[in-house]
Ligand binder design. Structure first.
Ligand SMILES: [Zn+2]
Ligand SMILES: [Zn+2]
Length: 355
């Protein structure tokens, strides 16, 4: 069987014709296999959804009980047969419940990674390497300039600033699903035991996480008196940093946790005083090391900086091609009200655009 007989990009997303399903479809389809709960991958309105129990729960939290006609929970390591095609879920290390989907038929194995990272995250199962013939990788941070470094070091930077400015609040923009909870877990791991304050938009998801792991005392910003917020750490969706909402904080230090914070111009442009380079996506080294380790002879590249990664693969004798599926966003940038995500290159020095 050729790879294109098993999986093929269509306007609705990646389609497995022999198995009669789509992976992370961007339009409503009959049967959807979904890698993780971020809204551009997990959309409502499909006939049936197959996903991990956590991804199904997160979709329910976001869209309500009737987000799909039917659901089927698949645990990590579990295999289901869909019209003779074997589908197995493996941890992707991206957010709680995130999975890579291995699709197998006729002796061919294709792994669709969804979004992934290959570094430790206290809030989700670690990325599992799956050997395959074709690896479908994301490319959100697929430029050599992106090296995320050590998240504990970034947390230490934050705690140092909190100690330095005990009268100011620290207001951190973080994506509501995954990043916010990871920051809380990292702060607890670093020994920060005071209450952490939340924007109302992240309450439901954070409570869901907190029922499964120790996140310490969490409080809602809307319940706080202004004086209580002096010296506090508060988390909000990145877009709230610029909103009226943020004015309730006493002289806040604005911070933003994202892989994009590696680019100084980005932090400046957003008025971020304390950029934290913490990403839920693999960086350049992570992407290239993972591709090599899968042993795949062929690589398909989805959303992000596709060209640089395709180029890297071709130089190493791998077959590679970009998959142009419209509809995947960039949750690390979600933030930016009215700002396009694909202007990433515009803020990078020209020399960083190619290898
Ligand atoms: Zn994602
Ligand atoms: Zn994505």
């Amino acid at each position: 069987m050729r790879p294109a007989d098993l999986l093929v990009p269509t306007p609705a997303g990646l389609c497995c014709k022999p198995g009669a399903f789509h992976i992370d479809p961007t339009r409503p389809v009959e049967k959807a296999v979904i890698t993780h709960g971020h809204s551009d991958h997990a959309r409502p309105g499909h006939g049936a959804v197959l996903a991990t129990p956590e991804t199904l729960d997160l979709m329910r939290l976001r869209y309500g009980e009737n987000f799909a006609g039917a659901t089927q929970a698949i645990r990590y390591g579990e295999t289901v047969a869909l019209d003779g095609v074997r589908v197995t879920f493996h941890p992707a290390g991206h957010v709680l419940g995130s999975a890579q989907v291995a699709v197998e038929a006729g002796g061919l194995r294709i792994v669709a990674s969804g979004d992934y990272k290959d570094v430790a995250d206290p809030t989700c199962a670690p990325f599992e390497l799956v050997a395959c013939d074709v690896f479908i990788t994301e490319a959100t941070f697929a430029l050599p300039v992106f090296r995320h470094g050590d998240p504990d070091g970034e947390i230490a930077k934050l705690l140092h600033s909190v100690a330095l400015f005990p009268e100011r609040a620290h207001l951190i923009g973080a994506y509501s699903l995954g990043k916010a909870q990871r920051l809380i877990a990292l702060l607890r791991k670093a020994g920060y035991h005071k209450p952490i304050w939340l924007h109302g938009a992240m309450e439901k998801i954070t409570r869901y996480y907190a029922a499964r792991m120790e996140l310490g005392e969490l409080r809602l910003v809307s319940d706080a008196k202004k004086a209580e917020l002096a010296g506090a750490i508060a988390l909000c969706p990145p877009s709230a940093l610029q909103e009226v909402w943020s004015r309730r904080f006493p002289d806040p230090v604005t911070s933003f946790a994202s892989g994009w914070m590696r680019v100084r111009a980005r932090a400046r442009q957003r008025g971020v005083e304390l950029p934290l380079v913490i990403s839920d996506h693999a960086d350049w080294d992570g992407l290239t090391a993972t591709i090599t380790a899968t042993g795949a002879a062929e690589v398909w590249v989805t959303h992000g900086q596709k060209d640089a990664l395709v180029h890297w693969c071709v130089l190493r004798g791998l077959q590679a091609r970009p998959l142009d599926i419209v509809g995947y966003g960039d949750e690390e940038e979600e933030a930016a009200v009215g700002q396009e995500t694909d202007d990433a290159n515009a803020t990078l020095p020209a020399t960083d655009r190619s290898e």
